[in-house]
Design a protein around this ligand. Sequence first.
Ligand code: ADP
Ligand code: ZN
Ligand code: ZN
Length: 806
Amino acid sequence: MAKKFNVIVNVPALQTNTPFTYIANDAIKNDIKIGSRVIVPFGKSERPIQGFVVGEETTNEFEGLKDIISVLEPEPLLNKELIELSEWLADQTYAFRVSCLNAMLPSLVKVNTKRFIKINETKITMETVLALLGEEQVTDLKVNELSFSQQKQLNQWIKDEFVTLKYVTEDSAKKKMINWLWPTMDLSEYEQEQKKLRKNATKQVELLNIIKTLDVKKGISQASILNDYGVGRSTLNTAVKNGWLVRKAVEQYRDPFEGRQMQLDQNLALNEEQQSAYNLITQAIEDKNAKPILVEGVTGSGKTEVYLQSIQQVIKKGKTALLLVPEISLTPLMVKRVRARFGTQVAVLHSGLSDGEKFDEWRRIVRNEVKVVVGARSAVFAPLRNIGIIIIDEEHSETYKQSDAPRYHARDVAIHRAKKFECPVVLGSATPSLESRSRVERGRYDFVKIQKRANQKALPNIQVIDMRQHLGDGYNENFSAPMVEEIRHRILRKEQVVLMLNRRGFSSFVMCRTCGFVLTCPNCDVSLTMHMDSRTMRCHYCGHEEAIPRLCKNCGSDKIRFFGTGTEKVQQQLAEIIPEARVLRMDVDTTRRKGAHERLLERFGNHEADILLGTQMIAKGLDFPDVTLVGVLNADTALELPDLRASERTFQLLTQVAGRAGRADKTGEVLIQTFNPDHYAIRLAQKQDYEDFFYKEMYLRHLGKYPPYYYTVLVSVSDRDERQALKNAYEMLNIIQPQLSANAIVLGPTAKSISKIKQKYYYQILIKYQREPKLHRALLEVLNKSQEKFRQGTRISIDSEPQNFL
Ligand code: ADP
Ligand code: ZN
Ligand code: ZN
């Protein structure tokens, strides 16, 4: 008998959290599992659309139901646990279920993909496949055009490994092509060719000798001929022209490690503090205790070693491990260390991978081929089964919170999954978030501290430079005399320097000195930023670009000045002050290309530069033995932002970056330039005193009725028409306000601090509360209303515990 399944459909303008029921007839019912992606007819026109199977319906009622058209893959990319998770996630983050399901999947399958069939010629012929599909050629195989029986047969072939499916995004340029060469003649013919050559054509002769040794079937990559055999490019091109070799572009399989072999390493002997952290964690693994464990360990305390040995323990038990790291900047280093311990049992998931690589890694996980997944935020949804530990490194990092729907925090998802799997969640940081640390106080998390660095070195000595007193030092606005002095010392001693420019909410803009006019974006309420590399002014919100003005657009004066500071400008200034220093710059502009980040670090590690100059992205994870000076050029900018976490972020950032100094034998020094030397975030970062900072900041949060004492939720409304935006904001307020007690605090609706972005006006309502049982329902009602508003052009979003108030 046919079965019935509940399907969440993917229709952007008609989102709902209620599934629709469809019939799976006998032909496909066995291929459908919870988590399968299916094509179903939708609406009056019965348009085929994609959906996710979220449950089975067991009633006997089939009246009026439509049939599922086809199943997209015989092995679902999501499993039952993740399907259930999506329901929880939708409810928690005030998002639609389908956007949660989409957020879980790797990006390649979210976009419009085409499926290609690859045939295993040892098992099936091309003719058989073509006959089934009724096609001349297997190229673009649109799923919704397959009948049940076609899809069923195809799924059987996939299971039998007769064919495999390949997914390609609409722009199929994503395929990685490399040049490959094959011999064309037999040995005697090559001998003939060799005789025809002139005596002095030694390079040609050499190449022919190489060709004669090649495997005719296998051929060789062009890169290998050029690099391994040292053949010149023109010699090779001549050979192809002569017909000695045939050259074709072939697709190369996507491997995020590019075939690099890993030297496996060994466990280090844990020191006493590491051992007690390890004991706490392994005891929790043993006891199946899902209570989160906060590991507060100073920078360089060897937290990673504790993670790795804990993971090893989990693998020994036949379980799997999930390790989350903040963002792309940390991933290559961390991945290297994890791979060195666990080899090919590791899969990686992060934004630095191509869509294809991500998709391939995802399927390795689905197929149970890996034991450890290392990844950034969205890897928290990795389809691992039998998870034995979830570790979140640098748990305070704001990158764990997604700012678009579904606005989830990876930490919350991890804790939820861990409860399901009855496994510990380990949160590690030198500067834990106030949320996590306060949960320790309230007994909700277990806690262990590592107070000494693993290499027995003292934490670096930190000096604060009061820029108010060094403004006249004679260099420029970015460099005080002591900073320049210290940098010069290191260069003389052939040591290395890391310089950080804090660019948060801060950039270089253009102002007219005659009339005060500032060049702003025509679409957004922000000033444009100058970019020297492209010689343009750019908007960081919408991408608008225009030429750098020579005359003021307002008054025509030529007295235009550039304010603020970018890494490029600092690089120029460095070249003037210390011309002998070799500088590597690391910021969004120099790391846009895939792998660029890793290459820059490798070059710095090889001493190809004396100074690594960068933005926040250099603050985390770097571990270079010869770095003895870390300089922070401007510690203040984050403090000026209208953000309740400004002090916390500043403290975290300074502590992190200070941790980059003196990692090996040489002691490190840190210089922090600031206009606010008395600010507690800076004073306590100087002492590297997290605990002191925690209590001070908690006190201020208490006074201000902020998290972690109060919960926050932000409702944002945007529209091209400013009045509509404000009107709708009030409408939402009227849904929420009546449900709140007198203890809740409602701020707004007010214009956002950047009130116009991409031609749209933004208003927001901030609600601070402690216990409001009716609020959740009210916000779900706002979510439902948002669909109707969406169709009228108004966007409404709900952000629970927002990390960003701008
Ligand atoms: P964290 O993650 O806490 O910042 P790391 O794990 O990066 O610290 O460790 C810092 C350095 O100390 C690394 O070079 C690491 O190899 C080394 N290390 C860690 N644990 C030990 C140990 N038990 N014995 C010797 N060296 C260690
Ligand atoms: Zn002017
Ligand atoms: Zn703009």
